[in-house]
Write a protein that binds this ligand. Structure first.
Ligand SMILES: Cc1ncc(COP(=O)(O)O)c(C=O)c1O
Length: 304
């Protein structure tokens, strides 16, 4: 199969935009819409498709080398793309202590999809963008490998996410998205029409993301684009951390709307959005869209 021909994977694009009845929005005169990017493709859902599409075209069938932690959605999506489109993949995994242990379900999926996993110590992992370290990693990879950074966020990924904004053009006043590296937000904001605003909800602690989003937009578009802001209050302690309140919120959202809520990113964004609606942050009459950037793991217990 030709790696250029991603249309053979039959992505559901544009992804559906669904209005949902939610009294917490309705009582303030707001409309809540769900942008169902989780339905784009079963193996490359949400922002994984949007970030990988232009990169895979650029890789043009060459082996793809990328990076992630032991539970990385990005590693899994890259491995699946390699299997579906027929190119080799290498995953550099943070943590050499994992090397001798049985693979967790996420990494087992990567391996089953043909990804060659290489476990590196944390110092090497941190230095992965340093040219000498990267050159060493590439020496062990198949010749001519195309490198995609951790989380998949590079210029092409950000440009790919611009299409998400264009699909929402004119359809909402505020569009909320969960942020890890900020690449999805950087592209989304660029694709929205004037008068629309993107709201990023970081799932990591640290308050560093504004600079990252600006840098990603500079690299992808040559300067700032669109109207965007961050609300740093909803990380619940940091990446993969949760709280009883967040878990209760996510279960309740699932029961109300029949949508399985991915916990690491999507739950925090929805929690932030409902809190903001209840704080009166959006003027009456506003349409508020939430981007569903991913789906829970099929192996997760089904809570519906
Ligand atoms: C489900 C989901 N939503 C949101 C994000 C955040 O994306 P970004 O790193 O572009 O900010 C990720 C990470 O890639 C993700 O897996």
């Amino acid at each position: 199969m030709n790696a250029l021909d991603l249309s053979r994977l039959r992505p559901r694009l544009p992804s559906p935009l669904e209005p949902v009845e939610d009294e917490r929005f309705a009582r303030r005169g707001l409309t809540l819409l769900l942008k169902r990017d989780d339905l784009i493709h079963p193996d490359l859902p949400g922002n994984k498709w949007r970030k990988l599409a232009l990169n895979l075209r650029a890789a043009d069938g060459r082996p793809v080398l990328t990076f992630g932690g032991a539970y990385s959605n990005h590693l899994r999506a890259t491995a699946a793309a390699g299997r579906l489109l027929g190119f080799p993949t290498v995953g550099i995994v943070r943590g050499d202590e994992l090397a001798g242990r049985p693979l967790n379900p996420s990494l087992a999926r990567c391996a089953a999809d043909g990804m060659r996993l290489e476990f590196v110590d944390r110092t090497t992992y941190r230095a992965k963008n340093d040219p000498a370290t990267l050159a060493k990693l590439l020496e062990r990879a198949p010749a001519g490998a195309y490198v995609v950074p951790e989380g998949g966020s590079n210029e092409l990924a950000v440009q790919g996410c611009e299409a998400l904004g264009r699909e929402l053009s004119g359809a909402a006043d505020t569009v909320a998205v969960a942020c890890g590296t900020g690449g999805t937000l950087a592209g989304l904001a660029a694709g929205l029409a004037p008068g629309q605003r993107a709201l990023g909800v970081p799932v990591l602690k640290g308050g560093f993301l504004g600079g990252e989003v600006r840098a990603l937009q500079e690299a992808a578009f040559g300067g700032p684009r669109g109207d965007w802001a961050l609300d740093d209050r909803f990380h619940c302690g940091g990446y993969a951390r949760t709280s009883p309140a967040l878990e209760a919120f996510a279960r309740d959202f699932e029961a109300r709307h029949g949508l399985a809520v991915e916990r690491l990113y999507v739950a925090k964004m929805l929690y932030g959005l409902v809190t903001l609606a209840e704080e009166g942050a959006f003027p009456a009459g506003s349409r508020v869209a939430a981007v569903v950037t991913g789906a829970p793991e099929p192996a997760d217990p089904v809570r519906l």
